[in-house]
Design a protein around this ligand. Structure first.
Ligand code: NOJ
Ligand code: CA
Length: 628
């Protein structure tokens, strides 16, 4: 189908990309989908919407929308598979390690590879099958390793290549797998490629980045960075502008350049030769930028918080590049891939992960981490009913061709328990409820370090305790915009990534057993209440709940591949479903609120619950699993 300004909204909604773009707009504005699906609007043409917007949506917006719609190769999302193909990564429970904060072996206050080795038995005992390691490469650490200086060297703070080999051997010996973080949307400005590109006009590396001649003080376009301000940095000496979607030290790579791509694939193959099992691909949906880097639409920019995003979040050659990575690097090694794809909705996710499309195995989409109309820096209480509907929608629509990731936390987000129950009154119950959903729904669970202990947000006192480049940038942007320090800091406190980056609480000794020295980031003394050593001994702990659920999941393929049937899906605060495979059947029943709730079902063979007893009333955030 050809898309033009004459295309009707109803046809845009039917297009996978069109669907997700419109759904995203509704989500941002906290509006119901009926606003688009009602006959009055659905028969409007794009041209009519343009006229109605009275210039608020620019010509460029419609051009890029039409471009996006036309980029869909197979608009049909028809399922081809009758049953999901069985494979290790669908059965695995993943665990994300943020190396800086996991375990410090040499007492310098910074986590390291030898520290991770010390804790492999802990992970094995928990039931973990695969580890995702956040970046451990050489880096000036502007963004804690997401700014890579040398892809083939280990950051000195973390250890050496020998330590890495020992870690990988230890992981494999225990029957686990290891995936690395692959950061190839950008490199550090200290990477040799960038240094050559910047300083030598005749270098072939100049075209590896987006470097443009600077005539004056106006950047080449109006794109903004995710870490505040313009996405362009001026190199005065060289009279060049350089594009950075993230910090000024994270320079975007130009994937249009075939030599760059070959260099990236060769680098990936070197890591696969070292024996790693796959990759988590950092902001991988941003790698293809609209040629010419056209200006971003201001209305979209304001709505999404970032100007220019429509020109790269689902770029014109994304599918081509993903297939190329797979063909030239992943496939020969049978390597696993999960893409981090911020901004991508359900239909686009299917396009990226469909069983026969040859792109990615799975993606992390983020639309469930905040409720509609909210962003990470809003101080609000998360309503679990939204999560329920999100999970039902994805589970029902994903079918057997695609496979979901199930996660709530990572190193970029505050703790989920705190979003749901900021008071902390139901901390343990909420943590266990989340575990129940994550380990019994259909999809691959990714647990972020500390989540298995029921970790909560930290009470940072002021901006000087904050380390994160994103939070610091935003804080200054807010001050520049006229906000007072107190209000700016409370905004930071709501959303800072540092909540997830404080150190693991291994025991109740000084520095929580993480290090013999003061950790690189401040904690808040929560370890007396929440630490792994105590929880391992306590049968009622969050950790034991995770361990028991993981064991249950592993013992019963019904909890992995089984059909999902949602029960009384419309009942507010109530979430129940069954999982069934070859007559092995389980049922989950949960109360999503702090108020008691009457049960709807009569199941009675209780296997596990976050409360004692099996009465007719579900207590606050009660979560039960029954065997039928
Ligand atoms: C996503 C990573 O998870 C985040 O930590 C990082 O800042 C950006 N990508 C840029 O690499
Ligand atoms: Ca260390």
């Amino acid at each position: 189908m050809a898309y033009t300004l004459k295309s009707k909204i109803k046809d845009v909604w039917k297009n996978p990309v069109g669907h997700d773009v419109l759904a995203k707009i509704l989500l941002q504005l906290n509006l119901p989908s009926i606003l688009i699906t009602n006959p009055l609007v659905s028969f409007l043409s794009l041209g009519q919407v343009k006229a109605l917007s009275r210039g608020r949506l620019s010509e460029g917006f419609f051009e890029s929308l039409i471009g996006l719609l036309s980029s869909v190769e197979s608009p049909s999302t028809k399922q081809t598979e009758q049953k999901p193909n069985e494979t290790w990564w669908k059965e695995a429970v993943f665990y994300q390690i943020y190396p800086r904060s996991f375990m410090d072996a040499n007492g310098d206050g910074i986590g390291d590879l030898k520290g991770i080795i010390m804790k492999l038995d802990y992970l094995k005992t928990l039931g973990i099958d695969a580890i995702w390691l956040s970046p451990i490469y050489d880096s000036p650490n502007d963004d804690n390793g997401y700014d890579i200086r040398d892809y083939d060297k280990i950051l000195e703070d973390f250890g050496t290549m020998e330590d890495f080999a020992a870690l990988l051997e230890g992981v494999h010996r225990r029957g686990m797998k290891l995936i690395m973080d692959l950061v190839v949307n950008h490199t550090s400005d200290e990477h040799a490629w960038f240094q050559k590109a910047l300083n030598d006009p005749s270098s072939p590396y100049r075209d590896y980045y987006f470097l443009q001649p600077a005539a004056g003080n106006t950047p080449p376009n109006n794109w903004t960075s995710f870490f505040s301000g313009s996405a362009w940095n001026l190199y005065e000496k060289q009279k060049l502008w350089g594009l950075h979607l993230f910090s000024k030290k994270q320079m975007d790579l130009n994937w249009e350049n075939p030599d760059l791509r070959e260099d990236v694939y060769a680098m990936i193959r070197r890591w696969l030769d070292r024996g790693v099992d796959g990759f988590r691909l950092d902001v991988i949906n941003y790698i293809s930028k609209q040629p010419g880097l056209p200006p971003g639409d201001e209305t979209v920019g304001t709505m999404m918080g970032y100007c220019g995003i429509e020109h790269y979040f689902y770029g014109p050659k994304l599918h081509q590049y993903l297939r190329e990575i797979r063909e030239k690097a992943f496939a020969p090694y049978n390597a696993f891939s999960v893409g981090e794809t911020p901004g991508i909705g359900m239909e686009m996710s299917k396009q990226l992960t469909g069983a026969n499309r040859g792109e990615l195995d799975m993606v992390f989409s983020f639309d469930h981490l905040e409720t509609p109309g909210h962003t990470r820096f809003d101080d609000y209480v998360y309503d679990l009913n939204y999560l329920k509907h999100y999970l039902m929608n994805w589970t029902k629509n994903y079918g057997n061709d695609c496979w979901q990731t199930l996660f709530y936390e990572n190193h970029d987000n505050p703790r989920m328990v705190s979003k749901i129950d900021p008071s902390g009154r139901f901390r343990v119950q909420v943590a266990k409820l989340l575990a129940m959903l994550q380990l019994t729904l259909r999809g691959t669970p990714f647990i972020f370090q500390g989540q298995e202990l029921g970790a909560v947000n930290k009470s940072f006192k002021d901006i000087h305790q904050i380390q994160d480049v994103e939070s610091i940038g935003l804080y200054h942007e807010l001050l520049d915009g006229g906000m007072d320090e107190k209000s700016a800091f409370s905004k930071i406190l709501a959303g800072t990534r540092d909540h997830a980056r404080t150190v693991m609480q291994w025991n109740n000794t000084e520095n929580s057993g993480f290090s013999s020295n003061t950790p690189w980031i401040i904690g808040d003394g929560d370890e007396a209440y929440c630490n792994a050593a105590e929880q391992m001994e306590n049968p009622a702990s969050v950790l034991k709940f995770y361990q028991n659920l993981i064991a249950l999941r592993k013992g019963h393929k019904a909890l992995i591949y089984g059909d999902v049937c949602f029960i009384k899906p419309k009942r507010k605060n109530y979430f129940a479903y069954t999982r069934e495979l070859n007559k092995d059947k389980y049922a989950v029943e949960c109360n999503l609120s702090a108020n008691p709730l009457k049960r709807s079902m009569k199941w009675d063979h209780l296997v596990l619950s976050n409360y004692e007893g099996n009465d007719e009333i579900l207590q606050a955030y009660e979560a039960r699993i029954y065997r039928l």
